[in-house]
Ligand binder design. Structure first.
Ligand SMILES: [Zn+2]
Length: 463
């Protein structure tokens, strides 16, 4: 099909044509070099793609120039084949305009086109559409596939099916080799690992579960990705999910990493930093709010029918130990075996439980505020009136917190949408001031116990 025929389809849409002209004029003005052999006037009358000003800027190269496949997509077999086929068609057809394209100008044109697409972050769909339009006017001046134009490297991602989702494993060694320049002066490094789930979209249950690490000795080096599971919800089971990582780490912890230039690096695992749900998942133990959920001691929780939660009244229980954990001595604490036990780490000490976000801020503080506002602590005759809620909200909105705290606290009407930092500010700073006026004395004193406990435990002097 000749480009005249193709153009008839497009020129019926005025808006589409104007948009194309607007975008393309800028590029064509500087880059396109077209040999018209006296036929440009004919084309222009049929297809006014480029305005007169633009046409006057176009160069007219000599007719002896050869038609050359642009270098940028000369390796693409499909593009090359199509280009050759259409070249033959053009040469034999009635609409042959004897266009010859300068190789250098073509390369320059492609580079500018690629730069434009990258600068404005043009989507592949839009890019394909404009490539079709340009190729209709100047056959095969651009590769048909946007990926060829943008020189997108071929995908080398190897995904392995894992339950309902997929797992991609980059590997620990690859990460370190990629940043060798920054670690070349070290002979041993310790790493901090993190495993957690994060939602990808608001409207679906798709989650990423990346295995990340950073280097303790070089804190400014950004965290690196060992592998990612993607699927709906958690990985199917901890054994399948973490085995590729454990198998690789076993060898690295034993032998270290040998780089191409002979540099040898010893690696040790410092700890696993995870939030409470992820921590119990990777250790294969009871959830943190279960009766056997304490990771550090052998206390057993008691269900309170008064507050409908597990409470842990004992504080003198024996501590859990690495040996005891590996021998599965803790009964209901263990849910399943975890491949992490194959690593030379301490299964108790190397899993710090500092997770104030889930336990304190989004945990107890959120529960208390929701309870006081909505009266959901049914067994306590405690519910703020509308007047109380208004007073607390007004106070919160007017609060001026220290400059270290970047998020202002909103009113109680936004309570379900409060971020962890807002609950944290309330617990650490605002609560003791405002609650004295709005809580009964016994409830306020109970809150003060919590305040004192978290303040003392958060103090650097304690550690
Ligand atoms: Zn405990």
């Amino acid at each position: 099909m000749s480009y005249y025929g193709k153009w008839k389809k497009f020129k019926t849409s005025g808006a589409f044509r104007r948009r194309v002209v607007r975008n393309m004029t800028e590029i064509m003005k500087e880059n396109a070099t077209i040999s018209t052999q006296g036929s440009f006037d004919k084309q222009q009358s049929v297809m006014p793609l480029v305005d007169e000003k633009c046409v006057s800027d176009l160069q007219l190269p000599s007719p002896e120039m050869e038609k050359i496949v642009p270098e940028n997509y000369a390796n693409d077999k499909e593009v090359q084949m199509n280009w050759l086929l259409e070249l033959e068609e053009d040469e034999g057809g009635e609409d042959n305009c004897n266009e010859t394209l300068s190789k250098d100008n073509n390369v320059q044109f492609l580079n500018n086109f690629r730069l434009w697409a990258n600068t404005f972050n043009i989507r592949h769909r839009a890019l394909k559409s404009i490539i079709n339009v340009v190729n209709t006017r100047f056959p095969n001046i651009l590769p048909k596939d946007p990926r060829t134009l943008l020189q997108t490297p071929p995908a080398k991602v190897v995904l392995q099916k894992m339950g309902e989702g997929y797992y991609w494993h980059q590997g620990f060694e690859v990460c370190l080799k990629n940043c060798f320049d920054k670690i070349r002066t070290y002979t041993s490094l310790s790493i901090t690992l993190n495993i957690d789930g994060l939602p990808i979209y608001k409207s679906s249950k798709d989650e990423f579960w990346p295995i990340l690490f950073n280097i303790f000795e070089i804190p400014h080096l950004h965290p690196m990705i060992i592998g990612i599971y993607s699927g709906k919800g958690k990985p199917p089971d901890i054994k399948t999910f973490i085995t590729p990582f454990v198998e690789e780490m076993k060898l690295i912890l034993e032998h270290g990493i040998l780089f191409e230039n002979g540099h040898h690096l010893k690696i040790s695992i410092r700890c696993f930093v995870c939030d409470s749900p992820a921590r119990s998942f990777i250790k294969g133990v009871a959830n943190f709010n279960g009766q056997h959920g304490c990771l550090k001691c052998t206390t057993v929780g008691e269900y309170s029918y008064l507050t409908h939660c597990n409470v842990f009244p004992r504080i003198d229980c024996p501590k859990r130990t690495d040996e005891g954990f590996r021998l599965k001595m803790y009964g209901s604490h263990h849910k399943c075996a975890t491949p992490l036990e194959e690593l030379p780490i301490n299964m108790i000490e190397d899993f710090p439980i500092a997770d104030s976000l889930h336990l304190l801020d989004l945990g107890i503080m959120k529960r208390c505020l929701m309870g006081w506002r909505d009266g959901t602590f049914r067994n306590f005759n405690m519910k703020w009136s509308a007047n109380d809620i208004y007073g607390v909200s007004q106070y919160l909105r007017g609060c001026r917190l220290p400059s270290e705290i970047h998020r202002a606290v909103r009113g109680l009407e936004c309570l379900p949408h409060w971020k962890g930092l807002e609950y944290r500010s309330f617990l650490y700073y605002i609560g003791i001031v405002i609650l004295k006026k709005y809580l009964p004395r016994d409830v306020y004193e109970h809150f003060l116990l919590l305040f004192c406990a978290v303040t003392i435990c958060s103090s650097p002097r304690v550690h």
